[in-house]
Structures are given as C-alpha cells and as structure tokens.
Design a protein around this ligand. Structure first.
Ligand code: SF4
Length: 328
C-alpha cells in the first residue's frame, strides 16, 4: 500500500489534526475539500489549514447529485433536514474515487467516536465505512485506538501506537494538540450546517416541493436574503444588506430577473417565470422593505436586468395584489 492518503479537510479542528498526525508519520497527504455553501465546512479555513500543514488542497463542489441525498436520505435526518450519515457516505465516495485516481492508499477523516449523535457513534461509523466502499481503508486517527485496526495500520503503513484514543464531544485535548502543533487557522468548533436550522430546512422543503430538478445554485440562493414564494415556479428574493444585494445581482442570468432600485432600497432577484404581476409585486416588496425616509415620491425607478424600468407605485400595488406572496 502507498504511504499516501486523501484527507477530507473541513476547515475545522479535528480534520486539521488528523492531517497533521499523518504528516508527522511521514505519510504523503493530499487534502480534499468538498464545497457546499450551506454545509458545516469552511473553505477559507480549509485553505488556511492546508497552508499551515504544507499540504496540497483540491477544492471540489459536491455537485447537483448531492441534492438527492438531502431529498431522499436512506438513513434519515438529524434535528433538521441534515442527512448526516448519507452526506458522509456521499462525500467519502468522492474521496474514494479521488484516492484511486491519484494512487493513494487510504482515506483519512477527523471523525471522533461519540462526538455527534447521528453520524459518529460506532454503528453509523461502520455503516459510513461500508456504504462508501472504503472498508478497511477509512482511517480515523483521532479515535483509531478505540476502533478496529484499518488496513494501513495492519500493514504498518501507519503506526497505530502513534494514533489517538479520543472520544466524546469535548475538544480540549484536540485544542491542546493543535496548539502544540502550531495549528491555529481552523474554524471554531461551533460552526454549523444550515440544514440543521429549522428556518433553512423550511426553505429547502419549499424548494424541493416546487422544483423537480433543483440545483446547487438554488440551494446557494437559500443562504441569501428574504424569500417570498409568489407562484409555483416563481420566488422573489430580497437582499437584507449591501453585500446580499451584490450577491443577488451577481446571480442574475438566464432564467432570473434582477430588479435594482435607483433609490436606496434592497435589490430583488426573481427566479422562474417573471410575469408582469410578479415584477409589480417585486417592486412593491422592494418599496415595503425600504426605510420610510428613503422611499421615493412619485414614480418608482429601477434597473431591470440592466435596463431602466419605471412603474407607478399605485399601479404596482394594484397589480401586486393579484399575486399571493408567502414569506418563507
Ligand atoms: S452537518 Fe451533517 S448534513 Fe450538514 S454538512 Fe455536516 S455531515 Fe453533512
């Protein structure tokens, strides 16, 4: 077996430490970050960790197929709409393919026995290993001495005696080890996945109920702004601050309509069919979310997909009343 492994680097403390333990044993490390803007991993932190560890990092998107994992998880959800066991299986299958592609011998993760009730107890750890096709090839260095030896340990590629026996939710031991190893760029352990948030879960359910083939871009949009469902295929998303306004404007392309007020109100992105009524309702929502003192007198002026568009406020209200808007 090659003394080379793929480490799933999340940007958090545990995976950084797992990678460090491999480096200390002289195992060649290739780090992999699987990106989803709603998940529990932080790309920038993973980049800093990789830099501090001195290991190469590949960043990949989880891809649209991941959304099927959220929609129909074989092993169910956690507290919200988080399919943690299926999520890990999906990610570890990608890591396995990458391991084979680069000729690495095994995959390493920062999982800790008993740290998370849904995915890090003995049974789910075993299911994840088996269903991802990594039986014997999935090394969890932080808890390794509490788990069955893996192939790299049995073959002497990795020295089991130098691996750890950490269990449970406390992080003091990991923090002390990270500090001694000079690792500081990791994310705070409390960093969370939006799928565990009930409000985000509601928005996700709404997306799945209305889109046959949702994309990761649709999911990314759920992380930005206030969402209003105004039709089976149409939503209006309003920015909550200047950064979100810019992000929404940046998302505008075919299939979307972007409405940017010429007054100091929020930008709106309309997804799906942009009917006349929908545009008027979006204009009304923008006005309602503009501070009273900033609302214009008389006609409302916008940029619509970069072109000027002017509408009478009374006409916008009247036309907008023909459409129901449900705040998500
Ligand atoms: S919390 Fe669970 S569902 Fe969310 S990214 Fe982590 S493993 Fe996946």
């Amino acid at each position: 077996m090659e003394r080379k492994c793929v480490v799933l680097l999340s940007g958090g403390l545990d995976s950084a430490l797992a990678a460090r333990l491999m480096c200390e044993q002289g195992v060649e490390v290739q780090a992999l970050f699987l990106s989803m803007s709603w998940g529990c991993c932080e790309k920038e932190k993973a980049q800093v960790c990789a830099q501090q560890l001195g290991v190469p990092l590949l960043i990949l998107s989880v891809g649209d197929a991941y959304l099927d994992v959220i929609r129909r998880p074989r092993y169910g959800y956690g507290s919200g709409m988080n399919p943690c066991v299926d999520c890990r299986i999906y990610m570890f299958r990608i890591a396995k393919r990458y391991m084979e592609e680069i000729g690495a011998g095994f995959v390493v993760t920062g999982e800790v026995l008993g740290q998370r009730p849904m995915s890090q107890m003995r049974r789910p750890l075993a299911i994840i290993e088996a269903d991802s096709g990594l039986e014997g090839l999935l090394l969890r260095p932080l808890s390794a001495q509490l788990l069955e030896p893996t192939l790299p340990e049995l073959l002497g590629v990795v020295d089991r005696q130098r691996l750890l026996r950490i269990a449970g939710r406390a992080r003091q031991e990991q923090m002390a080890l990270a500090s001694a190893a000079g690792l500081s760029g990791y994310a705070t352990p409390a960093g969370g996945c939006l799928l565990t948030d009930e409000h985000f879960a509601d928005k996700t359910r709404d997306l799945f109920a209305h889109e046959e083939r949702p994309t990761t871009k649709d999911m990314e949009l759920l992380t930005i702004g206030r969402h209003f469902r105004i039709g089976p295929k149409t939503k209006v998303i309003l920015g909550r601050n200047a950064v979100e306004n810019l992000l929404l404007e940046g998302h505008a392309q075919a299939g979307y309509t972007c409405l940017r007020p010429k007054f100091a109100g929020p930008s709106a992105l309309m997804t799906g069919e942009g009917s006349e009524e929908a545009r008027h309702l979006a204009a009304t929502l923008i006005v309602h979310h503009t501070k009273a003192e900033k609302r214009p007198e008389g006609l409302l002026e916008f940029w619509m997909d970069g072109r000027p568009w002017t509408v009478d406020p009374a006409a916008a209200e009247a036309a907008g009343h023909a459409v129901d808007a449900v705040k998500l």
